[in-house]
Design a binder for this molecule. Structure first.
Ligand code: FAQ
Length: 312
């Protein structure tokens, strides 16, 4: 079959809603886009452990500590599923990790902000995981089988993450004046970074057209961001809290909550490495990688010994 014939057959499969599997023919650009997105997603899960990880030892009671530990551990698991999904496309774990540690690879900008109070644990769960779920529920329907199946499982776990966060925000919003002030401050700091997670506006998003054409994304960045505002804004206000957006209002004709302008200069500064915690996060990740060297060496030695036993 000619290259054009293969492409036509591939696109027909996508139109029929079939999943593309690892051994199937696929255009190089489809493979490249998937490796880019899945590896960035995996890095985000791993880097995303850091803002919450710092609070595990400071959780206010045993129940909260157990929940937070379980959540942070889940994020490590999500990173594992996603690295595996990218490996099915020919990327190696070593290449992906090297790209992260060298600063070449991107990861979600939202994890380069500091978590300053216990209330951040609630707001990160509600807003950051809430934003992630909207995006991941869409990706669970994507055309690449391994990514789509990983997303089904990950989204189920993220839903627990979001609920535990929301429960904490509800509780703090009904607490003492100091607790209300603490949670309002966390809402103020995490709102815009969470809104930015969906990526640039559609007309500024160079990857979206091809991702949508090949059903990797089935909704646009702005569509998902709009769903997020519509879902979160009324619930935050119901709790007597406010969002740091003076332009936020409901549009009568559509029922949509319309938000004010997003500071894209800040977004790009953080993506390019100059956010409040980029250096700290990368240093923590590099240290964890160095500290884990003995584990990797032990695993390699074990694998060599097993291979030797099998060959004998
Ligand atoms: N941060 O053309 P587009 C989580 C980059 S997981 C940094 O619109 P695309 C769970 C983008 O890579 C959160 N960079 O890009 C959790 C591109 O640069 P490139 C992560 C960003 O791919 C919770 C350039 O801008 N989720 O939170 C960001 O079509 C709590 C142009 O943008 C995923 O990764 C950003 N926010 O759309 C864990 C989901 N946005 O690569 C722990 C999978 C854009 O060309 C605790 N990814 N850029 O050099 C996606 O759905 C998409 O990749 C988007 C971006 C929607 C993120």
């Amino acid at each position: 079959m000619t290259e054009n014939g293969r492409l036509a057959e591939f696109e027909a499969r996508i139109r029929r809603g079939e999943k593309i599997e690892p051994g199937d023919w696929m255009p190089e650009d489809y493979r490249r886009q998937l490796i880019r997105m899945i590896s960035q997603h995996a890095h985000s899960e791993i880097m995303g452990m850091l803002p919450e990880g710092t609070w595990i030892a400071r959780a206010p009671n045993l129940r909260r500590k157990m929940v937070l530990l379980a959540k942070v551990q889940d994020e490590a698991g999500h990173g594992q599923y996603l690295y595996h999904a990218a490996e099915t496309l020919g990327a190696t774990r070593e290449e992906m990790i090297e790209a992260l540690l060298s600063g070449k690879a991107k990861y979600s900008q939202v994890f380069n902000y500091p978590s300053l109070s216990w209330a951040d644990m609630g707001v990160i769960g509600w807003f950051v995981d809430g934003a992630a779920i909207l995006n991941q529920t869409m990706l669970a329907r994507c055309s690449y089988g391994p990514y789509s199946r990983a997303m089904v499982r990950i989204s189920a776990e993220e839903s627990f993450h979001m609920k535990q966060g929301k429960e904490q925000v509800i509780l703090l919003s009904q607490g003492t004046a100091a607790q209300v002030a603490m949670v309002q401050d966390a809402v103020n700091r995490w709102w815009w970074p969470s809104m930015m997670m969906f990526g640039p506006h559609d007309q500024e998003s160079p990857n979206s057209p091809v991702l949508i054409k090949w059903a990797i994304k089935t909704r646009t960045n702005d569509e998902l961001r709009q769903d997020f505002v519509n879902q979160i804004a009324p619930e935050v206000m119901e709790l007597g809290l406010t969002l740091p957006d003076p332009d936020l209002h409901i549009e009568k004709a559509t029922g949509n909550w319309i938000h004010g302008p997003i500071d894209w200069d800040e977004f790009w500064r953080v993506v390019r490495g100059d956010g409040p915690c980029n250096a700290e996060r990368m240093a923590a990740r590099r240290k964890a990688h160095d500290d884990g060297l003995w584990v990797r060496q032990a695993l390699e030695a074990y694998a060599r010994r097993e291979a030797g036993v099998a060959a004998a």
